[in-house]
Design a protein around this ligand. Structure first.
Ligand SMILES: Cc1ncc(COP(=O)(O)O)c(C=O)c1O
Length: 395
């Protein structure tokens, strides 16, 4: 057998999203692209904002000498300074380039942070529903993922967290705006979480790190401001990318930001820079680092995503589906009309609508709809959702 037991296990358990992608490809071959309504992927259909192409052209027209060479493993000082400047404005707190490490997407960022922090069998607490790859990332670094529940609005249950933290706990990994639920945590919640983690760190005699995956930070709706974790807990690290806010997932560009007041800041940051190098990333892609450094205040159209959310949410509610209105990201996470969510998505699948079962996110009994797609796909899917709602007497 050419592959390790660990990789074999990981491939067998596989990601539902990948599976849907593969099944979707087959369906599209059989019925034609236009007859398949694929709401399974978080791959934004929007093009990057025009400013991206403008800066790309500028750079191509006036190349900077040495711009394709190796660099510091943390990334260009100029880019990190631009990120720190924007973060200082948004968080109303002083960040410098020394708090920032450029990475290969948010995925690269999480892996670098976990590699830096975890000893074998250290626990990483995550909350269901979660981004499925979190489990792989924790296992990549010999950690143990401990999954805890959220409440009916998909907010982590702090009472359960309190009783679940033990001597092995090293990291609490959160994600808001959340994939798949779209939940955004409130300042009040973050304050209580910070207090709890401070008290528990003292109790177990070990610093617990709070990692927030902010890949969807800019994608919040109804005028909401996405709360910052920084004022609430000093041992905080955020990981993010420009995959969603600038629609650049294929370019693999993101960053780690470390609380300026985190304890043993220098040692920690040096550890992460080292892990960025030895994980095989070496540094984040050079060309796109230059570009995003110039685009920190720019995003794709947020009202456009809000419009798509409203169209789908309103229609599904009218049909009788049960779902919490998502405040951010570009997903809906309704209850499955059938107890068995896998059975339910197979039913949709037969009618050429692709979604992902909640089981793939650690939350059976739900399903995820991704609306970062075109209106034709969303509209086509609505007919099927309506038919299925009638079949199961919803509403
Ligand atoms: C919650 C979450 N974190 C991380 C990632 C990975 O982001 P990136 O492609 O920027 O590495 C995704 C991608 O969909 C995500 O949904």
């Amino acid at each position: 057998m050419p592959i390790s037991d660990r990789v074999k296990k990981s491939m067998e358990e596989g990601s539902w999203i990948r599976r849907m992608f593969e099944e979707g490809t087959l369906l599209k071959q059989e019925y034609g692209e236009e007859n398949v309504f694929d709401l399974s992927l978080g791959n934004p259909i929007m093009e990057p904002p025009p400013e991206f192409n403008r800066e790309l052209k500028k750079l191509a027209d006036s190349p900077i000498k040495g711009m394709h060479r190796y660099m510091e493993n943390a990334g260009y000082a100029e880019t990190r300074a631009a990120v720190a400047k924007q973060l200082s404005i948004e968080a109303d707190m002083e960040f410098t380039q020394d708090d920032i490490i450029m990475t290969c997407g948010a995925a690269g960022a999480i892996n670098v942070v976990l590699k830096t922090l975890l000893n074998r069998e250290d626990e990483v607490i995550i909350f269901a529903p979660y981004f499925a790859e979190f489990i792989n990332y924790v296992e990549n670094h010999d950690g143990v993922a401990k999954v805890l529940p959220t409440d009916e609005e998909f907010i982590p249950r702090l009472d359960i967290l309190e009783s679940s933290i033990g001597a092995k706990t090293r990291v609490v990994l959160i994600n808001y705006p959340n994939n798949p639920s779209g939940a955004v945590y409130s300042n009040d919640f973050l304050h209580r979480l910070g207090e709890l983690l401070s008290a528990k760190s003292k109790e177990i005699g070990r610093q617990i790190f709070l990692i927030n995956d902010e890949a969807y930070r800019s994608l919040v709706y109804d005028g909401l401001e996405c709360p910052q974790i920084w004022p609430h807990y000093r041992q905080s690290i955020t990981v993010t990318s420009h995959s969603k806010d600038l629609a650049l997932p294929g370019e693999r560009i993101g960053y780690i930001a470390v609380h300026p007041g985190i304890s043993e800041h220098k040692e920690l940051v040096n550890g992460m820079i080292h892990c960025n190098r030895i994980s095989g990333f070496v540094n984040a892609p050079a060309l796109v680092q230059r570009l995003v450094g110039r685009l920190q205040a720019i995003t794709v159209s947020i009202p456009e995503y809000q419009r798509k959310r409203d169209m789908l949410y309103g229609s599904l509610i009218d049909m009788g589906y049960s779902l919490v209105k998502p405040k951010g990201a570009f997903y809906l996470f309704p209850k499955s009309p059938l107890e068995d969510d896998v059975e339910f998505i197979k039913e949709l699948h037969k009618q050429r609508v692709l979604v992902v079962p909640g089981s793939g996110f650690g939350s059976p009994g739900y399903f995820r709809i991704s609306y970062c797609t075109d209106d034709r796909t969303i509209e086509g899917s609505l007919e099927v959702f309506r038919k299925v709602a009638q079949k199961y007497n919803l509403g």
